[in-house]
Design a protein around this ligand. Structure first.
Ligand code: GDP
Length: 512
């Protein structure tokens, strides 16, 4: 008989949406949640408009810029399954965060704007999915407005990223005039209601092939021409290829009108993998029904101004989580009490009582936890660290007011341990002027704002013209130290030696 834990894990689907900014990720997230009826109005989750429960200056900044810096986690139930949707920050500068979120999911939805196809950020994120063997379902969005041809988009996916597209649904009507979608396997059509203004609405009517052919002028043409062609070019569905990461199921829709959103949820439940045993640092899979273990994939401060709290997000990898459990922090061997565990729901928090593999638990007062840390109960385990992006932006940071150096030092060390930014040091530069290394310049703004507001230490930044970093060792450092346009620093979190260069050509010159 299957254990309760394994049975609960089988019901879970934990995924993230990867997309380029503006492809419709926030809209899709809200549409998914609305479809599953867990929120009562669009915007209550983490929408850009009508955002509720804004709790910090940091979020104020986020709101002013209209970008999502924080990662919300959304849990809802659908068809007796528990869906965990992890939000990934949309802005390119926060790709480091996104990377960490992708360490905590079992599947991804690649969201494409039908008029744009694969865009830069999508490609970058897809690469992360590929390297982490995360299977990808593709959702072609905005089919309600004029865009590119469906076949052309599929071709682009295949040519650019080498994933064989396997349409699950196919649009009837060109982009901009969506009548509905055909279920490729059965020929059934979901017809969408159109409003007076021509916009497609989410209401669906299910027609069998015969009725669709009789009532929808474009149906027959779509099925006889396009679906036949798809079959010929080998777009048949194969779930093994999807799970192996060589093919991607493709669905069409329009998130803004809720079109295709229910079908996407069905695809997640039917096709996406449930949580499976995850390999530990030695490569041994941690079986699902072993005692509790999990990976901290994100640490976030200032979510609640009244508490100045720090929340760590734990992805459960094995076992059953119960609030109040005392876990062990693998990195330090210290106990960690989970009295204040929370289910994370958009900006709202509720106390959480239990959780299973695939679920995300928010742990407050998590001052000692860092992204990549393992927590476990009873049976020791440590999961592999989350690889980080190589930084491309560097700046020296100094306290403006020498009298606030203590606050400055505390703030820097806090932001470093949260993984907000990498802090690099060297004897030459000294502790008063560490170098900050970021994947994108917006990270500097977050650091400046938080040091000022949260730690009371206004700072000045001096940009450095380095743009590439490489790991090195003592021997390499000795050689590089004598060169110009390169500098060797150590990363304060782990002591790794990092050589930073003005450009990548310089690397070739000094370090062939
Ligand atoms: P994000 O940056 O990926 O989170 O994108 P948003 O969800 O904020 O959407 C960007 C813009 O695209 C907004 O103006 C949305 O209203 C619009 N949008 C999202 N989905 C659709 C859709 O299905 N059809 C149309 N026409 N617009 C959409």
């Amino acid at each position: 008989m299957r254990s309760q834990i394994a049975a609960q894990a089988l019901r879970r689907r934990t995924f993230a949406v990867i997309s380029h900014p503006d492809a419709g990720k926030s809209t899709l997230t809200e549409a998914l949640a609305l479809h599953a009826e867990v929120i009562d109005s669009a915007g209550a989750v983490h929408g850009k408009a009508g955002r509720k429960g804004v709790t910090s200056d940091w979020m104020e900044m986020e709101r002013a810029r209209g970008i999502s810096i924080t990662s919300a986690v959304l849990q809802f139930s659908y068809r007796d399954h528990v869906i965990n949707l992890l939000d990934t920050p949309g802005h390119g500068d926060f790709s480091e965060d996104t990377y960490r979120v992708l360490a905590a999911v079992d599947a991804a939805v690649m969201l494409l704007d039908a008029s744009k196809g694969l865009e830069a950020q999508t490609l970058k994120l897809f690469d992360v999915c590929r390297s982490r063997r995360i299977p990808v379902i593709t959702f072609v969005n905005k089919w309600d407005v004029p865009g590119r041809e469906a076949l052309e988009l599929l071709d682009e996916v295949e040519q650019t990223i080498g994933l064989r597209p396997m349409p699950v649904t196919w649009p009837v009507g060109i982009a901009g005039d969506l009548r509905g979608v055909v279920e490729c396997a059965t020929g059934e059509m979901r017809r969408y209601t159109r409003t007076a203004g021509g916009a497609t609405k989410g209401e669906v009517e299910l027609l069998d092939a015969e009725r669709a052919a009789a009532e929808e002028p474009l149906y027959t043409e779509t099925v006889t021409d396009e679906l036949a062609l798809l079959r010929e070019i080998g777009a048949d569905f194969d779930s093994g290829d999807y799970l192996a990461g060589t093919a991607t199921p493709v669905l069409f829709g329009a998130a803004r009108h809720g079109v295709g959103v229910g079908r996407l949820l069905d695809a997640l439940v039917d096709l996406a993998p449930a949580p499976a045993p995850r390999p530990d640092a030695e490569g041994t899979p941690r079986e699902l029904d072993t005692p509790l273990s999990g990976l901290v994939f994100k640490v976030q401060a200032g979510m609640d101004r009244s508490h100045r709290d720090r929340t760590a997000f734990l992805r459960i990898n094995s076992g059953r989580f119960e609030r109040g459990m005392v876990l062990t922090h693998a990195a330090s061997g210290r106990p960690f009490a989970t009295k204040y565990a929370q289910a994370v729901f958009g900006q709202q928090r509720t106390t959480l009582e239990e959780a299973f593999p695939g679920d995300i638990v928010g742990l407050v007062n998590a001052g000692a936890l860092r992204p990549g840390d393992t927590l476990y109960a009873d049976e020791p385990v440590e999961f592999p660290p989350i690889p980080s992006f190589a930084p491309e932006h560097f700046a020296v940071v100094r306290a403006k007011d020498a009298g606030r150096y203590k606050q400055f030092r505390r703030g820097i060390s806090q932001l470093d341990s949260e993984g907000v930014i990498q802090v690099l040091r060297s004897d030459r530069r000294g502790d008063q002027a560490p170098v900050l290394a970021a994947a994108g310049p917006l990270q500097f703004e977050v650091v400046t704002a938080r040091l000022t507001d949260e730690f009371g230490a206004p700072v000045s930044l001096e940009q450095l013209n380095y743009s590439v970093a490489r790991l090195t060792d003592e021997a390499g450092a000795a050689v590089l130290d004598k060169e110009s346009e390169v500098e060797v620093l150590y990363r304060s979190v782990d002591g790794a030696l990092l050589a930073v260069f003005v450009n990548k050509w310089r690397i070739g010159v000094v370090d062939p």
